[in-house]
Design a binder for this molecule. Structure first.
Ligand code: GTP
Length: 415
């Protein structure tokens, strides 16, 4: 109340004591009725090695058989299997989506085994952000953001594996992690306590943030804070009915006795179910929206160049930034167009110069050949003239000879 009073004073709001009945006291009921009509949705991500008991635990939680096929140990990469179910308890509808890892921890090289998980979580945030940014938004949009990650730790009794640490470190800022020791019936009571402490100290020393049940609501603060001290929950799953005395209970039958899943002395299954479904489902959804999604949204919009304050520390509106970005984009387009034009003109010039050079070269070559040809013609002319002179000389000599030949014969006859 003091906090509320301080807030009212700060905001300069006057508190009035109302007299009579107005009706707005019914507002919570209106909300409840509306929510009941619309139904609820909850998205769980189960991360854990193949065969660690993920499907069995989900079946035990919802006391149903969600009919999930078993995975092989021979997948080359880690994958995810997504299934959505419509469940009803009394008159409350729940759309439950279970996302389960497939082939997790089976590869020899485990580098990047957690990447598909991170990618999936981010993809759901991105889909939500895209829907939020749409002009025409769908009011029946199915919100697929992951509300909780149940991280199944192998019941080794030793410590966390490096893959556990890497994966949890990679997703702790994106999703609410609740660590679970799977198949806790395989670890003795003493070992289990030591194992829990070891896991928690390893998580703290590696700076891994796990989900803390909220303690700000007085009605559940005590329960939640004691539950925070019991993490990670040691769980056992089974949908088999076993006879204990005259009662049939869900449990696992061993040669030395029966483990009752819903017996708090045997395992933490009931604690997990109460915390997850009964007490904190709404907080898990709220944390997803106001904390993890908000971080994603902030980072993404900032990367796109949006901000709330300008360089002068003055608030700037979304429209202003959009307008500035539009002008910036337009200027950039213009600059690119100018640059393109300049480059084109330069190319044309270069081509023209190249053509002119080639033409000049051809012309020179042509002139050179023409000169050679003329010289050749002159040489031939000269040779022809010489030949003609020789022919004339020859003809003259021939004529003289012929004259000489005829003259002696006549002189003999005269003698
Ligand atoms: P994949 O989907 O194939 O990766 O397996 P999963 O992790 O969903 O395991 P699943 O629930 O199919 O269980 C594998 C085997 O472990 C089954 O034989 C279960 O009966 C058994 N199992 C499940 N939970 C527990 C448990 O808490 N304790 C013990 N001892 N066995 C369990």
């Amino acid at each position: 109340t003091q906090k509320v009073e301080r807030h009212l004073q700060k905001e300069n709001i006057r508190r009035l004591t109302t007299l009579g009945h107005f009706g707005f006291e019914c507002l919570p009921y209106q909300l409840v009725n509306k929510s009941m009509r619309q139904g609820f949705s909850f998205n769980i991500l189960c991360v854990g090695e193949t065969g660690i008991g993920k499907s069995t635990l989900i079946n035990t939680l919802f006391n149903t058989n969600l009919k999930d096929s078993r995975s092989s140990h021979f997948y080359p990469n880690v994958g995810l299997r997504i299934q959505t179910y419509d469940l009803q308890e009394s008159n409350v509808q729940l759309k439950l989506t279970v996302v389960k890892t497939v082939g997790y921890g089976d590869q020899i090289n485990k580098e990047g085994s957690y990447q598909p998980i991170i990618d999936y979580i981010d993809a759901q945030f991105e889909a939500y952000l895209q829907e939020e940014l749409k002009i025409k938004r769908s009011f029946t949009y199915h919100d697929s953001r992951i509300h909780v990650c149940l991280y199944f730790i192998s019941p080794t009794g030793h410590s966390l594996k490096s893959l556990d640490l890497l994966t949890m470190k990679g997703i702790d800022s994106k999703v609410n992690i609740i660590p679970l020791i799977a198949k806790a019936d395989t670890v003795s009571k003493n070992d289990l306590q030591k194992f829990k402490s070891k896991i928690m100290s390893e998580l703290i020393s590696n700076g891994i943030q796990i989900y803390q049940f909220p303690t700000d609501d007085e009605s559940i603060a005590q329960t939640n804070s004691s539950m925070n001290g019991m993490l990670p929950f040691a769980v056992v799953g089974s949908t088999d009915e076993v006879k204990v005395g005259k009662r049939m209970v869900r449990g696992r039958h061993y040669p030395w006795g029966v483990l009752q899943v819903e017996n708090e002395n045997h395992c933490d299954f009931v604690k997990l179910r109460d915390m997850l479904l009964c007490t904190n489902m709404e907080d898990l959804k709220e944390q997803t929206h106001i904390h993890h999604y908000e971080c994603y949204r902030y980072r993404t919009l900032q990367k796109m160049g949006f901000t709330d304050v300008g360089p002068d520390n003055q608030p700037v509106s979304f429209q202003e930034i959009y307008e500035a970005k539009r002008i910036q984009f337009y200027d950039q387009c213009q600059r690119e167009e100018e640059e393109l034009k300049k480059r084109f003109m330069q190319q044309v010039k270069d081509r023209e110069t190249a053509f002119k050079d080639a033409e000049k070269e051809l012309q020179d070559k042509f002139e050179h050949l023409k000169r050679i040809q003329q010289e050749e013609i002159m040489k031939l002319e000269e040779e022809r003239r010489q030949l003609e002179e020789e022919i004339i000389d020859f003809c003259k000599t021939k004529a003289t000879c012929e004259t000489l030949q005829t003259q002696p014969c006549t002189s003999i006859k005269k003698d």
